[in-house]
Write a protein that binds this ligand. Structure first.
Ligand SMILES: *[C@@H]1O[C@H](CO)[C@@H](O)[C@H](O)[C@H]1NC(C)=O
Ligand SMILES: *[C@@H]1O[C@H](CO)[C@@H](O)[C@H](O)[C@H]1NC(C)=O
Length: 734
């Protein structure tokens, strides 16, 4: 029985020993990773961020503070050092504390009063003196300096006196006050103030004339200290702020610190470690776009830049994202939304249909709701709203297209085009349209292009440019002039086209000195090609494109006299909605659809009318408006209609046409032109029908035995054959 308690005792002893061994082997508790919720975060007005803290478990080792509430306001000071804390900055890694200035006052008998106040920041503690402090000595004559822990001289300066009658600007530059910079890495400061012995240096006048009652020496935050003359008469003690840099001193660098996750101080996910400039160690910062306390788990929080307009200016639509923000121009505008007036109305380039101006969908919808609330269900207003909607949808469509075609386009720089046109040399002007001046340009790769630049950019014209750009971007037709690119860098956008070498049809038909022969077949072909191009545009898939300004001056001819329809400045994407709306009357006198003048509605039939005039020009070789004839003959259209009615249309046809064309073909053409020139749009044929008709007449004409079409440049090579033609035609003229 006695053995049992002994055994138990033994067991107990062994267990106790094991427990003791275990306790000895256990590592010391890690530095408090985060403060408990009950930690004090304020002392008076001063906020105390972790790793600083008051009370056990509330701070990282070395960062303890005490708050003495017996003072009003409560006084915060550094644990173990008792320097009074003014403020703590996490971002700058600084703490500012008060330091009492050292003082030396001499009475007449040479008795010195006052004392030296040193400051020791300990070894291995977080704090070092910041190089933002300056050692400052005031009073004169004064030689102030300070020493480090071992007592070696660190830094100092001399301040002397000048008679007040020849005072200098008040600054701390050696008269009555002097400053010296201090090195990094200091943790100890002990100042000394020396008077100047009488007459030493032989300059006793300077030293003694205005000597101050007291001299001071102190380290001070250079941003805080401003010297003024009141310092020179001071006899009291005072304190100044001194800046201390703090950091996590062990381990001494980031890579070592990151290896030990339990002691690594940058605990927030969105934080960065950076090595300190002053002494060993590291500090933590929130990554860009975040702010808060990087020393706490989850301490760095995303900055909602959109709420800080002062710091993150955004004059457009601001969207906060993690770590950053997006600032975009409102819908319908583009540019740099972070600068004032940086967003420009896009309608210069894209919103050709005068889409809702300067507002996002949101603003538009808000306006829409207001509209609704104010005006209720009144039908008239509703139509207006619907119309606005249409415009907006059209605008969206346009900008989508804009994006899709941008890729194929070449965007030229202003310099490219200036170079290509020899700085828009007058010599390079190819023509002046209603919408802009066209220059001949030679690009770097020697391609010749035509560059159209608006003369003056008002809103109408910018809209026209935009329209043309959009429309041409959608058209790929051999008889429509090709848009190669544009330049948007300039206030006035410029369009770059393929260069069409042979000028305009107008020029070809009418210009003096250009009274060359134009074969009927060529005329018919140009007519058929132009009609084909226009028909193609009218039948364009989703939104028919109306040219709006069909005339001979807008039909270009290339090397082979192939027609290329150009100048879409007045073009419209025909609204495929029932709500059509009036636009300004555009187009050219002599070609204008009379119905359009009355209704202000551009329709595909308006183009048909204008094209009828072009046909007349082609086959009569007369201008659309003739100013030098008798009044009743001024309009080619009315002349022709009159002649037709009186059965004498032959009279106004060009002689060459009469010679070459088969009579039945001429009759058909005359009939076609009559249809095109019908007063009512409904009675005019569709462009497609016109094109088909001309095509079939062309085929018919080609069956004609002797007038096979020859292009003028081919004619030179085919002299034998064409001489006959020449002869015949010359006879025809006589
Ligand atoms: C607060 O300051 C008073 C006066 O200096 C001192 O007597 C007291 O011990 C201080 N209290 C603490 C908690 O340090
Ligand atoms: C310094 O010089 C002044 C006049 O030159 C004299 O009155 C004063 O006693 C001297 N002081 C000392 C400490 O020698």
């Amino acid at each position: 029985m006695a053995a049992k308690p002994a055994l138990l005792l033994l067991l107990l002893l062994i267990m106790l020993q094991l427990a003791a061994a275990a306790a000895a082997a256990a590592p010391p508790p890690p530095p408090s990773p985060s403060p408990s919720l009950s930690c004090r975060t304020k002392c008076g007005e001063i906020t105390i961020p972790y790793p600083f803290g008051i009370g056990t478990g509330c701070y990282r080792e070395g960062f303890g503070l005490i708050c003495n509430d017996t003072y009003t306001p409560p006084r915060l000071s550094i644990l173990n050092f008792e320097y009074e804390v003014i403020d703590i900055s996490l971002a700058r890694g600084e703490v500012r504390v008060y330091l009492e200035a050292s003082r030396a006052c001499y009475n007449k008998t040479g008795y010195r009063q006052g004392g030296n106040h040193y400051m020791s920041l300990g070894g291995g503690d977080p704090y070092l003196f910041s190089t933002r402090n300056k050692f400052t000595a005031v009073g004169c004559p004064n030689h102030g300096y300070f020493v480090d822990g071992p007592g070696y001289y660190v830094s100092g300066c001399v301040s002397i006196c000048r008679p007040s009658t020849s005072s200098l600007d008040v600054s701390c530059t050696g008269v009555g006050c002097c400053q010296s910079s201090i090195p990094a890495g200091l943790n100890f400061y002990e100042p000394y103030l020396l008077g100047m012995p009488n007459g030493s240096n032989g300059g006793d006048y300077i030293f003694q004339a205005n000597s101050t009652p007291c001299s001071y020496g102190f380290l001070v935050d250079e941003d805080w200290f401003r010297f003024n003359t009141s310092y020179l008469s001071m006899t009291q003690d005072f304190s100044v702020p001194v800046v201390l840099d703090w950091a996590i001193r062990t381990p001494a660098n980031c890579s070592a610190a990151k290896r030990n996750a339990t002691t690594y101080a940058c605990r927030s996910a969105d934080s960065l470690c950076s090595e300190t400039q002053n002494g060993p160690g590291y500090s933590c910062n929130c990554t860009t776009g975040y702010r808060g306390n990087p020393y706490l788990i989850g301490g760095c929080k995303d900055i909602d830049e959109c709420k800080l307009k002062d710091k993150y200016p955004c004059y457009g639509v601001c969207t906060n994202i993690l770590g950053s923000y997006n600032c975009t121009c409102p819908l319908g505008t583009d540019g740099d939304a972070t600068t004032k007036n940086g967003c420009r109305k896009k309608d210069k380039f894209t919103l050709a249909l005068k889409v809702v101006t300067g507002g996002s969908i949101g603003i538009f919808l808000a306006a829409f709701m207001c509209f609704w609330a104010y005006l209720g269900m009144q039908k008239r207003k509703l139509i207006r709203i619907k119309q606005k909607f249409f415009e907006q949808n059209g605008g969206l469509l346009l900008s989508q297209r804009m994006n899709s075609f941008k890729a194929e386009f070449k965007i030229y720089t202003k310099e490219d085009l200036e170079k290509a046109t020899n700085n828009f040399d007058k010599e390079r002007i190819l023509g002046r349209g209603g919408h802009g001046i066209v220059y001949k340009g030679i690009l770097e790769d020697k391609t010749i292009v035509a560059i159209k630049r608006s003369k003056l950019m008002d809103d109408n014209q910018s809209t026209e440019f935009a329209t043309e750009m959009l429309i041409l971007s959608q058209i790929n037709h051999r008889n429509v002039v090709k848009l190669l690119g544009c330049c948007l860098e300039v206030e006035v956008p410029m369009l770059v086209y393929e260069f069409i070498s042979n000028g305009t049809l107008y020029h070809y038909i009418h210009e003096k000195g250009n009274e060359s022969i134009i074969l009927f077949d060529t005329r018919l072909r140009i007519a058929a090609e132009s009609a084909g191009a226009l028909a193609y545009m009218h039948s364009s898939a989703s939104t028919p494109i109306l040219h709006g300004d069909v005339k001979s001056a807008n039909i270009l001819l290339d090397d082979n006299f192939t027609a290329k329809v150009s100048d879409f400045g007045a073009s419209k994407l025909a609204p495929n909605d029932e709500f059509q709306f009036a636009t300004l009357v555009q187009g050219t006198c002599g070609y204008l659809d009379p119905e359009y003048l009355i209704t202000c509605q551009l329709t595909d039939k308006s183009d048909v009318y204008s094209f009828g005039i072009v046909l007349l020009e082609l086959f009569t070789r007369k201008k659309a408006l003739i100013f030098d004839g008798p009044e009743e003959d001024r309009s080619l259209a009315s002349c022709f209609v009159m002649a037709m009615k009186e059965g004498r249309y032959h009279e106004i046809l060009d002689n060459q046409v009469k010679d070459e064309a088969r009579i039945e073909i001429l009759e058909e053409i005359a009939e076609l032109v009559m249809q095109c020139l019908s007063m009512s749009g409904d009675e005019r044929p569709k462009m497609k029908e016109v094109a088909e008709k001309l095509e079939s007449l062309r085929r018919l004409q080609q069956q004609h035995p002797w007038t096979q079409e020859h292009y003028p440049d081919e004619m030179e090579n085919l002299l034998g054959e064409s001489r006959q033609v020449h002869a015949k035609i010359t006879n025809g003229y006589q």
